[in-house]
Design a protein around this ligand. Structure first.
Ligand code: SAM
Ligand code: SF4
Length: 323
């Protein structure tokens, strides 16, 4: 069974962190603000998406909370009455935004967190702020942004010794921790002094993560089979754990996502480098809601024929695409 159709909306390519596997430390060409879709344009695309049968939205980035007036966008999308309205964030600004996000109509948050150790956080994110993320989790819970999920990219030699700590943390904090395999994106290049280019030894496959968890906590129970791209399990003691395995076990058949970039590029896959220029459709061809819905439906139907190609040659920029 496939899950509901989702539109992931990346609202900015700017970020207040510089994670070693995602964004180059310097030299990034950021989009000028007049090239970003306006909130009104995103709202129109959101309406069209609902017409096209897409029932869930996720706001992402770059770091979505650094875009000015983000609360207004949440309000606009919340008024559309989708089945779900979620946000993926690095959590740095979330403590101060949690309450107003909830008031604006956001339903839930996913927070990216790759380590529970302060010194290591600064190495991975190239900035500090771990304490702010812990406060953000508390404030999100108090605000009612539930369920909270954590995204953790596991990298060999960097944080693979924290897998069990994350399972314990998830259980204590009552959050689902989703372990993600490292993917080859533009942040991983010869200029990345910490990791260099993406290479297989850095990859910790989902099976290896699962085996490590089972060795400590006993067999993982499949708790939400065949729904979307994450495989969700539970330990015998009740900790919820997710595995997202784009490299070792491609999940294309279960993928019901379209991705909208901040500059209006619609991608049918994470690895779709060409995309469809929705900004041009809106600004030059003056596409209305019906025409936009037709474009989105057509994009979805093309997913069935999509062949994602050689991942190791991918030059996509995750900080623009939004994860
Ligand atoms: N800034 C927000 C955040 O970090 O949650 C939202 C955007 S970020 C690009 C979305 C997700 O993409 C994060 O969970 C991040 O860990 C993941 N990501 C970025 N680069 C990745 C890579 N090379 N491999 C796997 N996941 C990656
Ligand atoms: Fe920024 Fe998120 Fe990329 Fe980290 S993963 S650099 S927080 S966009």
């Amino acid at each position: 069974m496939k899950g509901d159709k989702v539109l992931r909306i990346s609202v900015t390519d700017r970020c207040n962190l510089r994670c070693i596997y995602c964004m180059p430390e310097s030299g990034v060409n950021l989009s000028p603000s007049d090239e970003l879709l306006s909130y009104e344009e995103i709202e129109l695309i959101g309406r069209a998406a609902l017409d096209a049968g897409i029932s869930k939205f996720r706001i992402t980035g770059g770091e979505p909370l650094v875009r000015k007036g983000i609360i207004q966008l949440v309000e606009k999308l919340a008024r559309l009455d989708s089945l779900d309205l979620a946000l993926t964030t690095n959590g740095i600004l979330l403590a101060e935004f949690a309450h107003s996000l909830k008031q604006a109509g956001l339903k839930r948050v996913t927070v990216s967190l790759d380590t529970l150790r302060k010194d290591r956080f600064e190495k991975i994110a190239r900035r500090d702020g771990l304490e702010k993320i812990f406060t953000a989790l508390d404030n999100s819970r108090k605000a009612g942004l539930a369920p909270i999920k954590i995204n953790t990219v596991i990298i060999r030699g960097v944080n693979d010794d924290e897998i069990l700590d994350f399972v314990r943390f998830g259980q204590k904090e009552k959050v689902e921790v989703r372990f993600i395999e490292l993917m080859p994106f533009a942040g991983l290049n010869s200029g990345c002094k910490e990791l260099g280019r993406w290479n297989k030894p850095l990859l910790v496959k989902g099976n290896e993560i699962k085996a490590a968890i089972e060795k400590e906590f006993g067999p993982l129970i499949d708790s939400r089979p065949e729904q979307g791209v994450a495989k969700i399990f539970q330990t015998e003691s009740g900790a919820k754990v997710g595995l997202i395995t784009p490299i070792s076990d491609r999940f294309c058949d279960g993928c019901q996502r379209l991705r909208l970039g901040p500059e209006g590029k619609l991608r049918i896959c994470l690895f779709d480098e060409q995309g469809i220029d929705l900004r041009k459709e809106l600004r030059e061809r003056k596409a209305d809601q019906d025409q936009m819905a037709a474009i989105l439906s057509e994009a979805f139907s093309r997913k069935n024929l999509w062949e994602r190609g050689d991942l190791e040659k991918s030059a996509g920029e995750m900080f623009r695409i939004g994860g």
